[in-house]
Write a protein that binds this ligand. Sequence first.
Ligand code: NAD
Length: 269
Amino acid sequence: MAQSLNLAINGIAGRMGRQLVHAAVARGHCVSGGKEADRSPDIGRTIADLAGLGAVSGTVSGRIEDALAGAGVWIDFTVPEATLDALVCVARQGGVAMVIGTTGFSPEQETQIARAADQVAIVKAGNFSLGVNLLQGLVRQAAAALGDDWDIEISETHHRHKQDAPSGTALMLGAAAAQGRGQPLERLRAAPYDGPAAARQAGQIGFSVQRLGGVIGEHDVRFGAPQEVVSLSHTALDRSVFAHGAIRAAEWVAGRPAGLYSMSDVLGL
Ligand code: NAD
């Protein structure tokens, strides 16, 4: 068992936030603070009550400073603006590491995070599962081995509440495929196929998205040549897989030097 940490969780009453409390406690950590959106009905509730757990102290706060007090790692699964607000406070405070699971950042926001990593040790991942991080390496390898004349299409399905599209994981897999071809994803990313002049351009990477009921996360990367198709896919069966990965990242990043780390660093892939 890793050394016990004090963890602050941003978005603690969300789908991931609640899973994170359970995963942290199961690993012997203390959830020392929790933050929620200003108007959340959960502000003022005890974390124990929120998560249905007896042996947890602390309350849900609407203030970053309260939730941050005494924490060694700040774990954030919220929305981009909330994560960036927290990042400013974490950098100002010093000595606190960060795990970022939020997705949907703009390129400018990504740059802001990369700059903050000069001061803060950050693990950021569009997906914290072992399977997807393994898949990322396989996609990179397949894209490099199969050559530029194979079409690459990435499809993803998530639950009806998901805000951003394509998912952070789909973009991560797209970046891995582009890397396999020695190019940045921005150069190869196809516009959505829609309308009378929407033919696929050679060498591009296409994305398609479904939002469906309660699906936790499905990703499929397909490589197509005229005579054959290769598929690499992943299905998340339980949201707790991301929470356990994020807690593992928190254990790994606590006390590390400032820098922007990935889940591949954490898993040693
Ligand atoms: P959710 O909507 O259930 O939870 C988000 C929570 O953040 C909500 O409780 C909301 O009230 C809270 N929030 C909003 N603004 C806030 C603020 N200013 N301060 C504090 N809290 C605030 O969503 P979710 O399904 O838990 O997902 C959250 C994020 O995590 C999304 O970006 C999602 O794509 C991402 N996600 C990442 C992974 C991964 O492995 N990286 C896995 C699942 C979800």
